[in-house]
Design a protein. Structure first.
Length: 97
């Protein structure tokens, strides 16, 4: 029986941020991606949109665009740094008990 890498398609396939940090940036008007982009791969191939215009969870990347070459990286807030360095079990997620 072959081993499968289920983490590559699940919630570990993108780098997220805390809801608090997202809400703070939403209130400041810094967040623009609230819904998935329909036919994103086709639109990127045709040049209609840039890869960084596709929401990070949909493209399997990072919220700060660090996964997209040539894209402007988004600034981390103090809340983002606090969340990043919390142990996994405090953040919630697959390994949370």
């Amino acid at each position: 029986m072959k081993s499968k890498d289920f983490a590559s398609v699940g919630p570990k396939s993108f780098k997220s941020r805390s809801l608090q940090a997202f809400q703070e940036d939403l209130e400041k008007g810094k967040v623009t991606h609230l819904f998935p982009t329909m036919f994103a791969k086709e639109k990127v191939k045709k040049g209609l949109i840039k890869k960084e215009d596709v929401p990070y969870m949909q493209r399997g990347g990072s919220w700060d665009n660090s996964d997209v070459k040539g894209a402007k990286k988004l600034e981390w807030t103090e809340t983002d740094y606090k969340f990043q360095f919390l142990p996994q079990w405090l953040r919630g997620g697959p390994s949370a008990a």
